[in-house]
Structures are given as structure tokens and as C-alpha cells.
Design a protein around this ligand. Sequence first.
Ligand SMILES: *Cc1c(COP(=O)(O)O)cnc(C)c1O
Length: 382
Amino acid sequence: MHSPAPLKFASPLLDEATVAAATDVLRSGHITSGPWVERFEAALSAHCEGRPVRVLTSATAAVEVALQLAGVGPGDEVITCAQSFFTVLNMIVKVGATPVFVDCEPVTRNIDLGQVEAKIGPRTRAIIPTHWPGSLTNLDALYALARRHELRVIEDAALVLGSRWRSRQVGAIGDLVTLSFHPNKNITTIEGGAIVCNDDAEAKRIEVLRFHGIERLADGTRDVAFPGGKFNLSDVSARIGVAQLERLPGFLATRRALVERYFARFATDPACELPPRPVDGDGQSWNMFCVLLPLARLAITRKEFREALAARGIMTGVSYEALHLSTLGRRYGYREGDLPETERIAAATVTLPLHAAMTMADVDRVCAACAEVVALHRKGGR
Ligand SMILES: *Cc1c(COP(=O)(O)O)cnc(C)c1O
């Protein structure tokens, strides 16, 4: 019996032309940051309607540098959402600041802006919202709040390159916006990330912060005033990024079609909770498709559900664990019950396969397997 290859929950899509282009750079003799980094930054800037963009080795490096650029350091507080990836917690702590968590909205999983205001104090310097695929954080409300309290904003847009807010691209408006080009994201550079910033002075500052903190002096020597990192992207990665960005509209269209198929075909009894179906379907990029299992009505755990899918050749993920309940998060005094929506989602969420290399038949296979596993393990028999 031929069984299909295991379906990964995320996967990059690199064509032969891109591989050949990257090989040309490898053969060129100039492989680290150079002309292709500049071209990739120019292409990203055009995508963001002209705002300056600087690329780095990851979105995690981008969040760290964005915090430094915003002047966040020891003694400062940064408000963020606990239903997000470890990057936001880690980088706030790494720059010496204190993470202040709020809960997410129950349906979209975006930061609950209504809870942010109550957490703003004299030490608050910035807000980091993570945008969820399918529905962006409300940028009008976010920036009205930030302006009112004179706070910097770092939008964690790792998952939503290509999404639009009222017809504007993510990154085209706002304060600092960070992007990821990890292989699981909408486009990849192998590893990579970027910061969209406000002006040339900020862009210059990022160039210093991503490369040792080095500033060039008039006499041809160098100085360091602030301990910068080593986060410059290679030209090989940037060349891949230029090719990938050209294909972004196609990737997004494929992902949207796959998600439409999920919405049309995904049905389990008892029902899983699906992400909200966007009203402006065309404006939203879909990086992940995460469902909540009806665990109270199942006789299996999430781990067992995921193992049952893996046995059927379907790989899944968990996005995300509750940041405030990680060992690091608890160090700031958080406990179970503090952020109920985040915890409810963290306990039951499963990331189903979604990537631009998938077919409609793959989605159908996932839907059938989920329906079968849920039916097999329904509490109280069939
Ligand atoms: C992937 C991801 C990151 C980190 O991206 P890297 O480029 O791997 O550092 C940060 N935030 C979110 C929401 C992500 O999904």
C-alpha cells in the first residue's frame, strides 16, 4: 500500500529559479551583507508604501533592536499579550525591561486593547501587539491609545506580511513593525527578519544596532558607544528574499484558497472552535490555521489527538503556549487564572497544516482525519 508523505504543518516553497539565483550569489564571491541586502530592503520598502525597512537575521533580532531603538531598557515596562510567541517575552526581558501581560480577545486572539489602558503606568514605554493571521489588531484603536499615552508601538507582524488594514499594507502605517522570514512564514530567507521604521535617522540607527554598535568616525577609525548585536543578513538570504517577495501575492492567494477550503470542509462532532472568517477575505493573509479542540467532550488529551493525526501522516503544532505561565513569565508573578482567554486557548489549540505547497486534497485529508479522530474519541461513545 502506498501511503502519502507526511503532511507538515508549515513548509517553505522555493522554486528552481530561486535556488539558481542563490547559487549565483554563492559563486559571486560576495556572500554576506551587500548589494542584495540593499535590493531586498528597497523591495520591502516599496511593499510598505515607501517607509524605510532594514533587514536582520530574524524577527527575534528585529524585536530586540526595535526595543533598543525605542530606548526601552532597565526600569521600563512593556505591555504585551500573553497569547504570542516566546520572542516578545524573551526580548523584553533581554533588554532589561519588565513584561506586563494582558489577555487576548477570545475570538481573534489579538491583544485585548481594552485591558491595556489599566496597565499603563509611569514606567510604561511601549506596547507590543502580535497580529494574528486572519484578523489584525485594530490599528486605529491601537495608535489612538499609544498617542494618548505617548507610548512607542512595536507591531509583531511576523505572521501577517501581506495583510491589509483598511486597504493599507501591514508596515505601511504605524510606528515600528517587525517581520519574520523564517521558513514557516509567508515568505522565507531561510532565517531572517526586518524592521519597518519611521525615517532615515531610525534606519541608520538600526544599521548600527544590528552590526556591533559600530559607528564610523571622520578619521577612518571606528567607535562603539552602545553594545550592538551581530544581526546582519547575508546576501545569499537577501537574494532568496527578493525572489520570494515577488511570489508573495501568489503564496497569499494559495493560502487563502486553502483556508476557504478549511472553512467549507472542516467539521467535527463535537465541534472545534475555528478562527473567525474575515469579512474582508482578500485583505487578510493566512499564515496558520489554528483550531480549539472540544477537550471537555473528548476522551483524549490534545497530545493524544496530535499523535492520532501524526499516525495518519498529518503533523500539527501548538500556537501558542501561555507566555505568562512559562518559567520565565512566572518570575514576574503570574499564575494560573490570571489571563483566562490566553490560558483557554493555550490548553486546547492545535495548528493544522497550512502552507503554499499544499493542495485542496491535502486540506480534505486533514478535515477527514480530524473528523475521524474526534468521532472515535467522543465522550459517552458514538
Ligand atoms: C515566528 C514568530 C516570531 C519569531 O520569528 P523569527 O524570525 O523566527 O525570530 C515572532 N513572533 C511571532 C508571532 C512569530 O510567529
